[in-house]
Design a protein around this ligand. Sequence first.
Ligand code: SF4
Length: 179
Amino acid sequence: MGNKIVLHICCAPCACYTYSELKREGFSVKGFWYNPNIHGYREYRRRLMTLGYFSGKNSDLELCEEEYDCGGWFKNTGVFIRPERCRSCYRTRLRKTAEYARKEGVNAFTTTLLYSKMQDHASIKSIGEELAAEYGLDFLYRDFRKGWKEGIEMSKKMGLYRQEYCGCIFSERERYNVS
Ligand code: SF4
Protein backbone atom coordinates (compact mmCIF):
# COMPACT_ATOMS: atom_id res chain seq x y z
CA MET A 1 0.00 0.00 0.00
CA GLY A 2 2.95 2.43 0.41
CA ASN A 3 2.98 4.88 3.27
CA LYS A 4 1.16 7.85 1.76
CA ILE A 5 -2.51 8.27 2.31
CA VAL A 6 -5.22 10.84 1.59
CA LEU A 7 -7.39 11.45 4.63
CA HIS A 8 -10.78 12.98 3.97
CA ILE A 9 -11.41 15.24 6.97
CA CYS A 10 -15.00 15.99 7.95
CA CYS A 11 -14.00 18.24 10.86
CA ALA A 12 -11.05 18.92 13.16
CA PRO A 13 -12.45 17.13 16.25
CA CYS A 14 -12.83 13.92 14.22
CA ALA A 15 -9.31 14.39 12.82
CA CYS A 16 -7.63 14.40 16.26
CA TYR A 17 -7.62 10.69 16.95
CA THR A 18 -7.72 9.59 13.29
CA TYR A 19 -4.70 11.60 12.26
CA SER A 20 -2.66 10.55 15.30
CA GLU A 21 -3.50 6.89 14.65
CA LEU A 22 -2.44 7.08 11.01
CA LYS A 23 0.80 8.72 12.04
CA ARG A 24 1.34 6.03 14.66
CA GLU A 25 0.96 3.51 11.84
CA GLY A 26 3.67 5.29 9.87
CA PHE A 27 1.56 6.99 7.21
CA SER A 28 2.43 10.30 5.64
CA VAL A 29 -0.97 12.01 5.55
CA LYS A 30 -2.42 14.41 3.02
CA GLY A 31 -5.53 15.96 4.52
CA PHE A 32 -8.42 16.65 2.16
CA TRP A 33 -11.28 18.98 3.04
CA TYR A 34 -14.41 18.55 0.98
CA ASN A 35 -17.62 19.05 2.92
CA PRO A 36 -20.34 20.83 0.92
CA ASN A 37 -22.81 19.14 3.28
CA ILE A 38 -22.13 21.77 5.96
CA HIS A 39 -24.89 24.39 6.17
CA GLY A 40 -25.07 27.39 6.59
CA TYR A 41 -22.06 29.14 5.25
CA ARG A 42 -20.86 30.71 8.52
CA GLU A 43 -20.97 27.29 10.16
CA TYR A 44 -18.98 25.93 7.22
CA ARG A 45 -16.34 28.67 7.62
CA ARG A 46 -16.13 28.09 11.35
CA ARG A 47 -15.44 24.37 10.93
CA LEU A 48 -12.91 25.05 8.18
CA MET A 49 -11.13 27.65 10.32
CA THR A 50 -11.02 25.16 13.18
CA LEU A 51 -9.28 22.72 10.87
CA GLY A 52 -6.86 25.48 9.87
CA TYR A 53 -6.01 25.91 13.54
CA PHE A 54 -5.58 22.15 13.93
CA SER A 55 -3.25 21.90 10.92
CA GLY A 56 -1.27 24.86 12.28
CA LYS A 57 -0.63 22.76 15.38
CA ASN A 58 0.32 19.75 13.24
CA SER A 59 2.78 21.25 10.80
CA ASP A 60 3.47 17.94 9.04
CA LEU A 61 -0.18 17.69 7.97
CA GLU A 62 -0.54 18.79 4.36
CA LEU A 63 -3.97 20.16 3.69
CA CYS A 64 -5.94 20.60 0.47
CA GLU A 65 -9.18 22.56 0.58
CA GLU A 66 -11.73 21.79 -2.12
CA GLU A 67 -14.33 24.31 -3.21
CA TYR A 68 -17.64 24.64 -1.32
CA ASP A 69 -20.04 23.15 -3.86
CA CYS A 70 -23.21 23.41 -1.80
CA GLY A 71 -25.48 23.46 -4.88
CA GLY A 72 -23.80 20.29 -6.18
CA TRP A 73 -24.39 18.59 -2.83
CA PHE A 74 -28.16 19.21 -3.01
CA LYS A 75 -28.23 18.06 -6.63
CA ASN A 76 -26.26 14.85 -5.92
CA THR A 77 -28.14 14.01 -2.75
CA GLY A 78 -31.55 13.96 -4.39
CA VAL A 79 -33.35 12.13 -1.55
CA PHE A 80 -33.43 14.07 1.68
CA ILE A 81 -34.46 11.42 4.17
CA ARG A 82 -32.23 9.03 6.12
CA PRO A 83 -30.59 6.67 5.45
CA GLU A 84 -30.46 7.43 1.70
CA ARG A 85 -29.50 11.05 2.31
CA CYS A 86 -26.44 10.12 4.37
CA ARG A 87 -25.32 7.43 1.94
CA SER A 88 -25.44 9.93 -0.94
CA CYS A 89 -23.58 12.42 1.22
CA TYR A 90 -20.81 9.92 2.00
CA ARG A 91 -20.57 8.95 -1.67
CA THR A 92 -20.30 12.57 -2.82
CA ARG A 93 -17.51 13.36 -0.40
CA LEU A 94 -15.61 10.11 -0.81
CA ARG A 95 -15.81 10.23 -4.59
CA LYS A 96 -14.13 13.62 -4.59
CA THR A 97 -11.52 12.22 -2.18
CA ALA A 98 -10.80 9.27 -4.48
CA GLU A 99 -10.49 11.66 -7.45
CA TYR A 100 -8.04 13.78 -5.50
CA ALA A 101 -5.96 10.76 -4.41
CA ARG A 102 -5.71 9.55 -8.00
CA LYS A 103 -4.76 13.02 -9.24
CA GLU A 104 -2.04 13.25 -6.58
CA GLY A 105 -0.70 9.76 -7.34
CA VAL A 106 -1.52 8.49 -3.85
CA ASN A 107 -2.94 4.98 -3.97
CA ALA A 108 -4.87 4.90 -0.70
CA PHE A 109 -7.53 6.98 1.00
CA THR A 110 -9.65 6.91 4.11
CA THR A 111 -11.91 9.22 6.09
CA THR A 112 -12.39 10.68 9.54
CA LEU A 113 -16.06 9.70 9.18
CA LEU A 114 -14.94 6.25 10.40
CA TYR A 115 -14.21 7.85 13.78
CA SER A 116 -17.74 9.03 14.47
CA LYS A 117 -20.18 6.94 16.47
CA MET A 118 -22.96 9.09 14.99
CA GLN A 119 -22.40 7.94 11.40
CA ASP A 120 -23.49 4.84 9.50
CA HIS A 121 -20.16 3.05 9.80
CA ALA A 122 -21.05 0.03 7.63
CA SER A 123 -22.21 2.25 4.76
CA ILE A 124 -19.05 4.37 4.89
CA LYS A 125 -16.95 1.20 4.68
CA SER A 126 -18.87 -0.30 1.76
CA ILE A 127 -19.02 2.98 -0.19
CA GLY A 128 -15.29 3.57 0.41
CA GLU A 129 -14.45 0.08 -0.84
CA GLU A 130 -16.73 0.40 -3.85
CA LEU A 131 -15.16 3.72 -4.88
CA ALA A 132 -11.66 2.35 -4.29
CA ALA A 133 -12.40 -0.48 -6.75
CA GLU A 134 -13.80 2.00 -9.28
CA TYR A 135 -10.74 4.27 -9.10
CA GLY A 136 -8.11 1.50 -8.77
CA LEU A 137 -7.15 2.57 -5.23
CA ASP A 138 -7.12 1.07 -1.74
CA PHE A 139 -9.61 2.17 0.86
CA LEU A 140 -7.95 1.93 4.26
CA TYR A 141 -10.62 0.68 6.59
CA ARG A 142 -10.12 1.17 10.30
CA ASP A 143 -12.62 1.23 13.11
CA PHE A 144 -11.45 4.54 14.55
CA ARG A 145 -14.46 4.57 16.89
CA LYS A 146 -12.30 2.73 19.41
CA GLY A 147 -10.57 6.08 19.99
CA TRP A 148 -13.84 7.98 20.54
CA LYS A 149 -13.12 9.07 24.11
CA GLU A 150 -9.46 9.77 23.46
CA GLY A 151 -10.34 11.92 20.44
CA ILE A 152 -12.84 13.97 22.45
CA GLU A 153 -10.27 14.59 25.14
CA MET A 154 -7.68 15.61 22.53
CA SER A 155 -10.08 18.07 20.87
CA LYS A 156 -11.07 19.61 24.21
CA LYS A 157 -7.47 19.96 25.25
CA MET A 158 -6.75 21.86 22.03
CA GLY A 159 -9.81 24.05 22.59
CA LEU A 160 -11.30 23.12 19.22
CA TYR A 161 -14.78 24.21 18.23
CA ARG A 162 -17.05 21.14 18.54
CA GLN A 163 -20.19 21.41 16.46
CA GLU A 164 -23.65 20.51 17.69
CA TYR A 165 -25.03 18.88 14.55
CA CYS A 166 -23.68 16.74 11.73
CA GLY A 167 -23.70 19.31 8.94
CA CYS A 168 -26.67 19.56 6.58
CA ILE A 169 -29.72 21.67 7.26
CA PHE A 170 -31.74 18.49 7.81
CA SER A 171 -29.38 17.29 10.52
CA GLU A 172 -29.63 20.66 12.24
CA ARG A 173 -33.39 20.36 12.26
CA GLU A 174 -33.17 16.77 13.57
CA ARG A 175 -30.75 17.87 16.30
CA TYR A 176 -32.97 20.61 17.60
CA ASN A 177 -36.19 18.75 16.92
CA VAL A 178 -37.90 21.74 15.32
CA SER A 179 -41.15 20.75 13.66
S1 SF4 B 1 -26.76 14.03 8.51
FE1 SF4 B 1 -24.56 14.33 8.11
S2 SF4 B 1 -23.95 12.55 6.86
FE2 SF4 B 1 -26.19 12.69 6.80
S3 SF4 B 1 -26.63 13.91 4.98
FE3 SF4 B 1 -26.55 15.35 6.69
S4 SF4 B 1 -24.44 16.06 6.72
FE4 SF4 B 1 -24.46 14.23 5.45
